[in-house]
Design a protein around this ligand. Structure first.
Ligand SMILES: Nc1ncnc2c1ncn2[C@@H]1O[C@H](COP(=O)(O)OP(=O)(O)O)[C@@H](O)[C@H]1O
Ligand SMILES: [Mg+2]
Length: 262
């Protein structure tokens, strides 16, 4: 029997995972990607998911996005079971995946256009978001005219366009050079603070997980299970390379990841 407190918890969580498992394929050839995942994330949390390659991080994000269904357990967002993709969740992948034949603004307007938003309103929305991600001057350009970092900014603006309450990001900065990556991490923190979204951010970088997360979840190697789940209240603005709080947490997370991969 569920406890009396359980429905309230389920209703207030932005994302709730209850006994979630996922196997690809069936029978002897089945690949168990995730097993027994239990977690719930509060609205406005910045959750970083870190773990060794192949441990099921992308799988977990795909379940929350509604691109796949769990083979066991339940995934819910905002108190309702996930039954497929929806406008309450925006997704950013490692590759920007912009439509090359559309302008940057056209890409950002695409979702709102499909949703039936009028021309003036969606243009205003796109311009506001492009300003937010620092692309105000690039609205009329085509994706191929932009650097990788700028393309990824555009992908973030596009994901924000339907005003989702949850932003799902799968190693969005992994393909960028170190300087661009650092700058975009800063910008993402700022955007998250400005918009109040719940963010689920997958990375295999411990530094990135510690720098960005208000909560850090470590997955074991396949089948992925949660081996560590810690809140972080480190002051933003402190340099994570020299701040003692960051360094202690970083060592804890790095040790958990090493152990998880062993
Ligand atoms: N469509 C699929 N069919 C079969 N196995 C898959 C599929 N997608 C992923 N896998 C396997 O599931 C495991 C988890 O994959 P994934 O979630 O992509 O890991 P991560 O993102 O942590 O690197 C891996 O072993 C991977 O090979
Ligand atoms: Mg992945």
């Amino acid at each position: 029997m569920p406890s009396r407190a359980e429905p309230a918890v389920r209703d207030t969580a932005a994302v709730a995972l209850r006994g979630v498992s996922l196997a690809y394929g069936r029978g002897a050839r089945a690949v168990q990607a995730l097993s027994g995942i239990d977690a719930s994330f509060a609205p406005g949390a910045f959750v970083t998911l870190v773990g060794p390659s192949g441990c099921g991080k992308s799988t977990l994000l795909r379940l929350v996005a509604g691109f796949a269904a769990p083979t066991g357990g339940t995934v819910s967002t905002g108190g309702s079971p996930v039954r497929g993709p929806g406008p309450d969740r925006g997704v950013v992948f490692q590759q920007p995946r912009l439509f090359p034949w559309m302008s940057v603004r056209g890409n950002v307007e695409f979702g709102p256009r499909m949703a039936g938003l009028g021309k003036a309103a969606r243009r205003a929305r796109a311009d506001e978001l492009l300003e937010l991600v620092g692309l105000g001057d690039a609205a009329g350009r085509r994706p191929y005219e932009l650097s990788g970092g700028m393309q990824q900014r555009a992908a973030i603006a596009r994901a924000l366009a339907p005003d989702p309450s949850i932003l799902l990001m799968d190693e969005p900065f992994a393909a960028l050079d170190a300087l661009t990556r650092e700058r975009l991490q800063e910008e993402l923190r700022r955007i998250w603070q400005t918009t109040g979204k719940t963010v689920l951010f997958v990375t295999h970088s411990v530094d990135e997980a510690v720098y960005l997360g208000t909560r850090i979840v470590v997955l074991s190697k396949r089948p992925g299970r949660i081996v560590l789940d810690v809140p972080s209240e480190l002051p933003h603005g402190a340099d994570p390379r020299t701040d003692p709080g960051h360094q202690t947490l970083r060592e804890t997370i790095a040790a958990a990841v090493r152990e998880a991969a062993a």
